[in-house]
Design a protein around this ligand. Structure first.
Ligand SMILES: NC(=O)c1ccc[n+]([C@@H]2O[C@H](COP(=O)([O-])OP(=O)(O)OC[C@H]3O[C@@H](n4cnc5c(N)ncnc54)[C@H](OP(=O)(O)O)[C@@H]3O)[C@@H](O)[C@H]2O)c1
Length: 271
């Protein structure tokens, strides 16, 4: 059954940038929703609020690290105290380090990736499930990645985190029959996610050419939810990775990795 996105109270992590900001604008301006954004940058949140113009009051934000379980518990207590029943949780916040071989990454970075990309999703669901179940239209949407279909060179820990988000969400789909639960698989999109890659114009051209504009990704997510999809694939590169990984996963991963290594792009130079 499809999810009716209109006039909902929506919690979006990582609302301060990329897909999160685009989703916030679409929900508030296009669907009459109230959005509570979670992130860490006050500046970015204020800039987003300004973009909402006359609908600014429909957007509130909290600044906390989504990898902090206690902060989620406090957030749930605050919502309860204020009698706010959220309808929808979108676990979108995530980080991606620069493309490099696992052998040159350290364990601290790996822990930060897993905490931010995976544990945040688990903590968010843990804290919000009891509240979402009080809504007549409860829903959870977790943002994974095409890396969950095809783990390529230079993304070992990131791909592990996103593969785990996919499986966690798919299991939740089967457990929580009273809620809408969906998992999103975006392909490349030009956002600040790649901030650690020292990208050149050529790198940006590659991502823009192969990838999908961030607003189009956000529109695709809402379309997928409205259609009641459990798996929402966004972008032609992600469709291709999904199709090829279900037919011939190892050759597909090898092919993408080979293309990246031979591309001579700055962002893939350490592969
Ligand atoms: N862009 C792509 O090509 C792509 C492809 C596949 C999947 N994805 C996934 O899509 C999601 C959104 O990424 P994006 O491309 O929109 O990246 P982005 O522009 O970097 O936005 C990510 C947001 O997450 C927030 N965030 C990061 N760590 C946080 C933390 N510990 N606590 C709270 N907030 C945190 C950041 O907010 P603050 O700066 O305020 O902390 C930032 O605004 C991520 O999960 C990413 O893995 C992206």
């Amino acid at each position: 059954m499809g999810y009716n996105v209109n006039k909902r109270t929506v919690i979006i992590t990582g609302a301060s940038g990329g897909f999160g900001s685009e989703l916030t604008k679409l929900f508030v301006l296009g669907h009459g929703c109230r959005v509570i954004g979670i992130g860490r940058s006050k500046e970015k949140m204020e800039a987003l609020a300004d973009e909402l113009g006359g609908k600014k009051s429909k957007f509130k934000y909290l600044l906390f690290d989504v990898a902090d379980r206690e902060k989620w518990a406090k957030f749930a207590a605050l919502l309860t105290e204020k009698n706010i029943i959220p309808d929808l949780l979108i676990n979108n916040a995530g980080i991606m380090p620069r493309f490099e071989k696992f052998e040159t990454e350290d364990g601290e970075l790996a822990k930060r990736i897993i905490d931010t990309n995976l544990m945040s999703v688990i903590y968010g669901c843990e804290a919000m499930l009891p509240l979402l179940k009080k809504s007549k239209q409860g829903g959870i949407v977790n943002i994974a990645s095409s890396a969950a279909f095809s783990p390529v060179a230079g993304t070992a820990v990131y791909s592990a985190s996103k593969g785990a988000v996919k499986n966690f969400t798919m299991a939740l789909c089967e457990e929580e029959e009273s809620l809408y639960v969906g998992c999103v698989f975006p392909g490349f999109s030009k956002t600040d996610l790649f901030r650690d890659n020292n990208m050149t114009d050529n790198d940006f051209q590659f991502i823009s050419g192969l990838g999908t504009d961030k607003k189009t990704v956000a529109e695709g997510i809402i379309r997928g939810m409205t259609a009641g999809k459990k798996l929402i694939v966004c972008g032609k590169d992600s469709y291709l990775m999904n199709a090829m990984s279900s037919v011939a996963p190892s050759p597909a991963n090898a092919l993408y990795s080979k293309i990246m290594k031979s591309s001579e792009l700055e962002m893939f130079k350490d592969l």
